[in-house]
Ligand binder design. Structure first.
Ligand SMILES: Cc1cc2nc3c(=O)[nH]c(=O)nc-3n(C[C@H](O)[C@H](O)[C@H](O)COP(=O)(O)OP(=O)(O)OC[C@H]3O[C@@H](n4cnc5c(N)ncnc54)[C@H](O)[C@@H]3O)c2cc1C
Length: 362
């Protein structure tokens, strides 16, 4: 069996790796000239680490990360401790996105990755699929996996009219920096602030720090991304208890502040045809306030590989995948919405850990 994977993000790379481990040939086509991930941190939860363990990569992933805990503080710096949850429900591993992508690309094998190769179309027949690329080349395969992210071309062809939509007013700013002189960051601090802001910082494995600022229902943005982040950081500390975050933002070069208007993929009527299937953000770009899109997406990759090896027909495997994943993500979305709609920081923290607990213990 031969698969074409469109997209070399974390989920596309994990998909190809899972297929290889199952004895299925898979080649990734990535539109960018390199396998890269924006310079930011990524929280991987135990469910993602279990996927990497299964793929024989768990130890290597742990070695590039730093264990962290997701506990929130309020704008006055007071720790919020929701009752009834275990420490494990708060634990995750912070990795550099780019380092994880490199590790995964090496594990897949660079010879199985085509760069500068943008999928622009496909033709599906009863016996296979022909993927078409921007440079005019075509590739025949038994299936096409759309791991091409929120703006997925595969999804737009499989389900016309399913474009990702702006999560109105929801923005994220982030960067990874070395702490400036006088700023020591030896633990993570994440705050649920005023004006629907969230943010803080987490130390990484190599002495740098990942800082992040988010806001729901933001007013129209003014100024540079760095100014926008700094303006919102003020809502995360109303009493002057935490000067580290503004200092980290201030020390970040302007062009290293990543800003995202958050995009969501609307609920889809299906995720697959007979020969084409969506994984990761192409199927379910989620709001990052649950910090779980990648952790959930790598589960898609492993499940799909398992079903393709245990089923004698591609179409049956894709149907089984869809039957498993679609109700699962309906529940993810419901729980994520509950977190987003929380009226107070305490409620947000309780709903957040309830989601993590559910994700880790299903
Ligand atoms: C601010 C923010 C913070 C987040 N934090 C976390 C977190 O802490 N933990 C977590 O688990 N998740 C987090 N997420 C979610 C996570 O980033 C995504 O769920 C994850 O990156 C999705 O991976 P993917 O491989 O599906 O898609 P992407 O990472 O978007 O990769 C898609 C790839 O496909 C390529 N591509 C696109 N179109 C084509 C084409 N036509 N042909 C070929 N290649 C193509 C792109 O260049 C890209 O490399 C966060 C998201 C945001 C926005």
């Amino acid at each position: 069996m031969r698969a074409v994977v469109a997209g070399g993000g974390i989920v596309g790379l994990t998909s190809a790796l899972a297929l290889h481990r199952s004895g299925i040939e898979a080649v990734i086509h990535e539109q960018a000239p390199e396998i890269r991930a924006a310079g930011a941190g990524l929280g991987l939860w135990a469910n993602a680490l279990a996927v990497f363990d299964e793929l024989g990569l768990g130890e290597q992933v742990r070695a590039i990360g730093r264990p962290a805990e997701m506990f929130f503080r309020n704008h006055a710096g007071e720790l919020i401790r929701p009752a009834g949850f275990a420490e494990d429900d708060h634990r995750y591993l912070l990795v550099h996105r780019a380092t994880l992508s490199e590790l995964l690309a090496d594990a897949v094998g660079r010879e199985h990755i085509r760069l500068d190769s943008r999928l622009v179309g496909y033709d599906e027949t009863g016996t296979g699929v022909t993927a078409r690329f921007g440079d005019g080349t075509t590739v025949e395969a038994d299936l096409l996996i759309g791991a091409d992210g929120a703006y997925s071309v595969v999804r737009s062809l499989l389900l016309p009219g399913s474009d990702a939509v702006e999560h109105e007013g929801h923005h994220a700013w982030r960067a990874v920096v070395r702490p400036p002189e006088g700023v020591t960051v030896d633990r993570g601090v994440i705050v649920l602030g005023e004006e629907r802001t969230r943010g803080g910082y987490v130390p990484t494995v190599d002495g740098t720090v990942y800082w992040l600022v988010n806001q729901f229902d933001a007013d129209p943005l003014k100024g540079s991304p760095k100014e926008q982040a700094a303006e919102r950081a003020a809502f995360l500390d109303t009493t002057g208890w935490n000067p580290a975050l503004p200092a980290l933002i201030e020390s970040t070069p302007d062009d290293e502040v990543l800003h995202n208007q958050i995009m969501l993929v609307p609920p889809l009527p299906r995720w697959a045809s007979q020969r084409v299937v969506l994984v990761g953000d192409s199927a379910h770009a989620l709001s990052p306030h649950i910090t779980a899109g990648a952790s959930l997406g790598v589960e898609d990759a492993l499940l799909l590989a398992r079903l393709l090896t245990s089923s004698d027909r591609v179409a049956a495997a894709l149907a089984a995948y869809e039957q498993d994943r679609m109700p699962h993500y309906r529940q993810v979305t419901e729980l994520a919405n509950t977190v987003e709609d929380s009226a107070t920081p305490e409620e947000f923290a309780a709903n957040y850990v309830a989601f993590s607990h559910w994700m880790l213990n299903r």
